[in-house]
Design a protein around this ligand. Structure first.
Ligand code: MTE
Length: 309
């Protein structure tokens, strides 16, 4: 990741957010009329889903669909912010399986369509703070990771969770470069993974995830820098030791295992005190734990967050 300041994505002519709100109103109307029975599998119009709201959503102004989908980090498709939108379209997201294994009693390979029915899908409007100094507000559709982990019955030795993402050089031109040691891997402590804020996202703005945002399934951990939120996951492994992570291997002084958003702990090459919300002109103050401290600060009680960066 570079330290170039966040640039503004191209302005858009369309307003998907308005479209999204209209769809929600339509759904609400349909259900009020008792028409929900006519909606197969609760699926809404044009292949979209009926989702339920979450108490964890922020009511801050959401970034526009095209800001969220045209300004991405997905190095498997190139290192420029525009590369994923340009090149990820060809990623084949069906069939797709996620293997869940390691320190658990019931390891299992889940087909993506089975996985998506494990728990009710929720709207989760989260802030995402990238370690590079920009941020967005993103309306994800997803479910809590703990719902999946419970299915495989973790043993008492499961202290960490490792996430491995697809690295297919035939589909992903960036994997031929040596910018990272592929596949992209990430990790969480088990209590972080089980926390209700930690979700597997399968959609945004009420529709399936665009490939550049990590289709068909990606992690979202809103109190950590964006790179923890691994895209296009193929394997989840419960472990008794702390897993290696791609960015920690690439630059251990710059990217630690925890990577909690912390305005007081600077990146060695730049300050983390402020951020620019994509679409804004002025920078704003970055909040400890990206503003989710009430929910997660207790996970780190007694830990020196400068040492465990
Ligand atoms: N996952 C994979 N597999 N490859 C990546 O390069 N980039 C990370 C993260 N997940 C990345 C990844 C980084 S640096 C960020 S900030 C977020 O994805 C960006 O997510 P978004 O493009 O949906 O905003």
């Amino acid at each position: 990741m570079s330290n170039t300041p966040a640039s503004t994505p191209r302005p858009s002519e369309i307003t998907p957010e308005a479209w999204y709100l209209n769809r929600r109103q339509w759904m609400a109307g349909a259900m009020g009329l008792g028409l929900s029975a006519l909606l197969p599998g609760w699926a809404g119009a044009a292949g979209t889903w009926a989702t339920r709201p979450s108490r964890f959503s922020t009511d801050e102004e959401k970034n526009r669909f095209e800001q969220i989908t045209q300004y991405n980090n997905y190095y498997e498709f190139g290192t420029d912010k525009e590369d994923p939108a340009q090149y990820a379209g060809t990623l084949k997201t069906r069939p797709w399986t996620v293997r869940v294994e390691g320190e658990c009693e019931a390891p299992r390979t889940f087909d993506i369509d089975t996985l998506m029915k494990l728990a009710p899908l929720e709207d989760r409007v989260y802030r995402l703070r990238c370690v590079e100094g920009w941020s967005m507000v993103i309306p994800w559709v997803g479910f809590e990771l703990n719902a999946l982990l419970r299915q495989v019955k973790p043993t008492s030795r499961a202290r960490y969770v490792e996430f491995t993402t697809l690295a297919d050089p035939r589909q992903m031109p960036g994997v031929r470069s040596r910018v990272l040691d592929w596949p992209y891997t990430e990790g969480l402590r088990i209590d972080e993974a089980m926390h209700p804020l930690t979700i597997l996202a399968v959609g945004l703005y009420g529709k399936p995830l665009p490939n550049q945002n990590g289709a068909p399934i990606r992690l979202v951990v809103p109190w950590k820098y964006g790179f923890k939120s691994a895209k296009s996951i193929v394997r989840i492994r419960l472990t008794d030791t702390q897993p290696a992570t791609a960015w920690n291997k690439a630059a251990p002084q710059e990217y630690g295992f925890y990577s909690n958003v912390n305005p007081e702990v600077d990146h060695p090459r730049w300050s983390q005190a402020t951020e620019r919300r994509i679409g804004d002109l002025l920078r704003r103050k970055t909040l400890l734990f990206n503003g989710y401290g009430n929910e997660v600060a207790r996970l780190y009680q007694g830990m020196d967050l400068r040492k465990f960066y």
